[in-house]
Design a protein around this ligand. Structure first.
Ligand code: 5GP
Length: 223
């Protein structure tokens, strides 16, 4: 099976980081693409693990050098997916899971059409606000910006193939995993399917010929 990119988007506080971490802990067929950003690290975030934290100049230099598969400005800071990160995971035979905003998701989907786009929706405005406040990472004006941005981000839902409501975390993780499994089994992702079917038909022809030799009087089925 050919590994593919999986994009999770949601408004801030929608749970994509938590769901991504859960999926990575439960499934060995997934790897994470560490994004680059010009925002500073929060709490215990580690450079190279949570993000590649970089200066504005470094980011723009890499952008100009074509190192990003997509990039976008989110809440006044630059974020982007490094091509080398995506290939590092895909080349190891694992699907690459990414947590990117709606602008970046659309661009990435154009560049990698085999991607699966999943939107995580919060169950209600109150829950979203509660989760954002519980993070204690934003001040009141940041909170307002994130809520205003959330309204715009929800307008992008029609561009996504799948929607998961993240009310109950366990259920949302299971549903996201089910999407990955269904996508894995898509006919269009099956490698060398035509060849495998031809081999099956040849095998059946051999079995039929052998049966006929054993019972020559057997009637030939119609149709
Ligand atoms: P945060 O600063 O809260 O970690 O992330 C802010 C927003 O940036 C989130 O919506 C997150 O999905 C988005 N983001 C994180 N990494 C990337 C990326 O590589 N590309 C884009 N376009 N958005 C990203």
């Amino acid at each position: 099976m050919t590994p593919f990119p999986i994009i999770l988007s949601s408004p801030s506080g929608g749970g994509k980081t938590t769901i991504t971490k859960e999926l990575l802990a439960r499934r060995s067929d997934l790897g994470y693409s560490v994004s680059a950003t010009t925002r500073g690290p929060r709490h215990a975030e580690v450079d190279g693990h949570d993000y590649h934290f970089m200066s504005h100049a470094d980011f723009v230099g890499r952008q100009q050098g074509g190192e990003f598969a997509e990039s976008a400005e989110v809440h006044g800071k630059l974020y982007g997916t490094l091509r080398c990160e995506v290939h590092r995971v895909l080349d190891s035979g694992r699907h690459v899971i990414m947590d990117i905003d709606v602008q970046g998701a659309a661009r990435f989907g154009d560049a990698f059409p085999e991607s699966v786009l999943i939107f995580l929706v919060p169950p209600s405005a109150e829950v979203l606000l509660r989760r954002l406040m519980a993070r204690r990472t934003e001040n009141a004006s940041d909170l307002l910006v994130r809520l205003e941005t959330a309204k715009r981000e929800l307008e992008a839902i029609p561009k996504y193939e799948y929607v998961v409501v993240n009310g109950d975390l366990e259920q949302a993780v299971r549903e996201t995993a089910a999407i990955i499994d269904a996508e894995r089994l898509k006919r269009t992702r099956a490698p060398a399917l035509g060849e495998r079917v031809r081999e099956l038909v040849d095998g059946l022809d051999r079995e039929i010929a052998a049966l006929r030799l054993q019972s020559p009087a057997m009637p030939v089925p119609r149709g």
